[in-house]
Design a protein around this ligand. Sequence first.
Ligand SMILES: [Fe+2]
Ligand SMILES: [Fe+2]
Length: 300
Amino acid sequence: MEKRTPLTEKETAPLRSLDEWEEDLLYRYPEADIAGSEPGQPAKAKDAYRDYDNPGRDTVREFYRLNHQYQTYDFVRAKEREFLRFDKREMPVWGALEYLNTLVDDSDPDTDLDQLQHLMQTSEAIRADGHPDWFVLTGFLHDLGKVLCLFGEPQWAVVGDTFPVGCGFSDRVVYPEFFASNPDAQHETYRTPYGVYAPNCGLRNVHLSWGHDEYLYQLTKDHLPEPALYMIRYHSFYAQHRENAYDHLMDDHDRAMFAWVRKFNPYDLYSKSPKPPVVAELKPYYEDLIAKYLPATLKL
Ligand SMILES: [Fe+2]
Ligand SMILES: [Fe+2]
């Protein structure tokens, strides 16, 4: 792997809070647009997003500049080796959720939900719609992989839209112009449409940019039903579940399973309600659900 000079504070944390990325997703994919996101159809919001003038734009732009520059095939493989040993620490699931909640949020401390409340709003919306308990649990856990930030990882290696590495970057990934600074864009194999992969090889054979999705998938893969694992692993893969930019790497099984990823996405994006859930009241229900599916402690 290429040697780099150590990252500056600005390069590690371009966003004022991790939530800025998710707030930006709402500008790109407003709720009214969801009807326009049928498989095979690119989402409609993109042009509006491109012109949208919002104060968070500069930090989000800078975030994607760094993300697209540094998420190379070699970087992803190195992070997999570093984090998929799960030898950093051991804690109960609820402890890990509370640990996640220590992520400091600098922006609008009065109005923003903390991480645990975002998870609970997502899962409570799923529960209210009468979905199976493993679906509810998936909503409750889906961002737990953000604990990567607490291990000192830069924001652009924890959150952000994900995209395949080791093959050509799609111009349907947000801010595609920033891929010009990614050395893989010049690589003789990685810059080709299929790169190191075979046509329609299935996403299980494809490495996506490194972040909280893949990390949590690997952490939970022996414990949850397959649709839950697809939701966890690909919930930030907007380039596919909203933009259908990587059909050429998907197999039929992926296509069937992405119905679940698309079913999950509105709960993640649009379940914010002004009345935050009372965590203490709901805790016993979620502790039972965690105990039903997951081991008593997680190895992070
Ligand atoms: Fe997420
Ligand atoms: Fe989320």
